[in-house]
Design a protein around this ligand. Structure first.
Ligand SMILES: [Zn+2]
Ligand SMILES: [Zn+2]
Length: 616
């Protein structure tokens, strides 16, 4: 049969596929899964062939200009996976394919110098994927378990994808498997070099069977994929911040379903979503034998006025002195950078905020600058108040830098160090280390005697329904670093996170957390689709959010709940105002169908950007 009309998708937020005519010279060579060059909106663009048709409802079809791959870049399973991602996350199929492809294949240059040896795969499996959670309290034993599992898979000729939350961990992971053949190879989606493309092809052709990489490595075209490992499943970096806002855990499950492989999650304190999934029938939980975690002391700060006195309570100071006397190390956890966290005018009340994000500026003593923690903007500390020109500017609030100076004053005999994402390397020598969450990137090696969690309450946020879960994970991970003891300071000693930590009970925490989520229909019991609007003019964004809200509530099906439009957690970021509307329901398909229909004939004002963020 002569192919006359190709169905082509493009990497833009537009539904497709679009019909293109096929000239005689291409008709013998064109195939599904190939990258092609097509005219689209008066520009030549990368397109992907997803099918053929005999007739088209459109009369004048534009032609496919050229074929960019000799053989298809995308096999059947990849087309199925990208289609599933588009359906789930509300992006176009073409956008999902562009996310899948390596950087070097996302443009219209032909890459004929590489041969595409393998043919697209055809098998389609639909059974529920097998999932295993490896949960351990100390970390050391997990590697022995993982080495055995991966060795077994590789020996049988299967392929492995090993996901890590950040690229910095890849070298560490590869080193853990250095005695196993074939060796692991890093695939980092960010590089667009020729080497990276060659590597991608080697993976596709089965020359590389063991791939280690961050989130985007879930798209590595590994042949005979038998096992996907999601390491530190609880880490937030598994969720992509740009469209499509995919979560690597969810894509791993989709891919496992299509390719019939197993997913192995590794975590010390997984997300409630994963706990829920694993609790279902047929899923495995491997709790590795680990030594007991250190005891936790919760210090109630209710009757304590930290403004008057030192922020470290007497019990914590007592433990620190004991640790110092024994030559031990203390880690003080304080998740705020900088010296002062707020600067305001005592005369007119003006607060120094970032002009682009509308957030308080933090004073960094190390740089002698005011910085915005959201957009990294920097200013000098003004000498007079920008509003009343008075000289009554006062800085308050406490960040890690200030705590460092206070601790150094109280313990002059101790070596005091500090670590946050700006400081670079971990201090080689310290008695007391003041650190933000960034220190957990070293958690595999970090070992101290005492951990002090300085402000438990500051980490709980009513705007983020996952904050309790994150806090539970955070405490568990910090506790793993402590050999002797952990002290937590709080004004909420009865919080269920702390009660379960004291009881040493995972089940107590997840039971309570999941019950709370179920009561108010939040993931994993419902899907949450946020319609996010952003733009430079606040009144326009506000108005548009309310217009969409009205349309969303007009003929709403009973199975879908729509929340009031509200400013995002960061209402303004990098000069853009942000509003969102949350749509909830049990069936993602129904929500997406409804939301997409509403947005289809919504007239977006110029400069307003509307995106969908699907959770999970
Ligand atoms: Zn003033
Ligand atoms: Zn800013």
């Amino acid at each position: 049969m002569t192919k006359r009309i190709a169905q082509v998708i493009v990497g833009l937020p537009v539904e497709g596929p679009f019909d293109y005519s096929i000239g005689n010279e291409l008709s013998g060579r064109i195939a599904v899964g190939q990258r092609v060059c097509v005219p689209f909106n008066r520009r030549n663009r990368l397109g992907m062939v997803v099918g053929f048709k005999k007739t088209s409802p459109f009369k004048e079809l534009k032609p496919v200009l050229s074929i960019l791959d000799k053989d298809p870049s995308l096999g059947d399973q990849t087309l199925a996976l990208t289609r599933a991602i588009a359906d789930h996350y509300g992006c176009s199929w073409g956008e999902a394919v562009e996310t899948y492809l390596p950087e070097a294949l996302r443009h219209t240059r032909a890459v004929n110098e590489y041969t595409f040896a393998s043919k697209p795969m055809t098998s389609q499996k639909t059974a529920s994927p097998a999932c295993t959670l490896v949960i351990d309290e100390t970390q050391k034993e997990r590697w022995v378990y993982l080495q055995q599992r991966i060795k077994g898979v590789l020996e049988k000729g299967g392929g492995v994808i090993f996901l890590v939350p950040e690229a910095a961990l890849t070298a560490f992971v590869i080193n853990q498997f250095k005695h196993i053949q074939p060796a692991g190879v890093v695939l980092d989606g960010k590089t667009s070099s020729k080497d990276a493309l060659l590597r991608w092809h080697d993976i596709r052709d089965g020359k590389i069977r063991f791939v280690v990489g961050p989130r985007s490595a879930i798209f590595a075209p590994v042949k005979n994929l038998a096992l996907i490992v999601v390491y530190d499943e609880e880490n937030r970096s598994y969720k992509q911040e740009q469209t499509p806002h995919y979560h690597a855990r969810e894509v791993a499950l989709m891919r496992a379903k299509i390719e019939g492989c197993e997913v192995l999650f590794v975590s010390s304190a997984p997300t409630a979503e994963l706990w829920h999934l694993i609790s279902r029938k047929g899923m495995t939980k491997v709790a590795l034998k680990a030594k007991e975690m250190c005891p936790v002391q919760v210090v109630d700060m209710s009757n304590y006025n930290p403004r008057r006195s030192f922020i470290l309570s007497i019990p914590l100071q007592h433990e620190m002195e004991k640790t110092l006397q024994n030559g031990g190390k203390t880690l003080l956890f304080m998740n705020r950078r900088g010296f002062f966290t707020r600067t305001h005018c005592n005369q007119c009340g003006f607060t120094l905020r970032c002009e682009r994000c509308d957030a308080n500026m933090t004073y960094l003593y190390s740089k002698k600058k005011m910085v915005c923690r959201h957009c990294q903007a920097e200013n000098n500390l003004p000498k007079v108040c920008p509003q009343c020109q008075g000289s009554y500017l006062r800085s308050t609030g406490r960040g890690g830098e200030k705590l460092e100076s206070e601790v150094a004053r109280v313990y002059p005999q101790a070596v005091v160090g500090r670590y946050d994402k700006d400081t670079g390397a971990l201090p080689a020598k310290f008695d007391i280390l003041i650190a933000t969450q960034a220190v957990l990137r070293f958690k595999e090696d970090l070992s101290v005697d005492l951990v002090g969690f300085v402000q438990f309450d500051a980490e709980l946020s009513h705007l983020d329904f996952r904050s309790a879960q994150r806090l539970f994970t955070l405490i568990t991970q910090l506790r793993q670093c402590a050999r002797g003891k952990m002290v937590i300071q709080t004004r909420m000693p009865d919080n269920y996170v702390l009660l379960s930590v004291k009881k040493n009970s995972y089940t107590a925490f997840y039971r309570q957390e999941l019950n709370l989520r179920k009561e108010v229909s939040l993931p994993p019991y419902a899907y949450l689709v946020s319609v996010c609007l952003r733009g430079r003019k606040e009144d326009v964004v506000f108005q548009q959010a309310h217009d969409i809200f009205e349309r969303l509530t007009k003929n709403k099906p009973a199975s879908v709940a729509v929340g009031d439009p509200r400013p995002d957690v960061l209402p303004k970021l990098r000069d853009q105002y942000r509003y969102l509307i949350e749509v909830k329901g049990k069936s993602l398909e129904k929500i997406m169908h409804y939301v997409k229909n509403v947005l289809k004939d919504f007239r977006r004002k110029h400069n307003t950007i509307i995106t969908l963020d699907v959770d999970p």
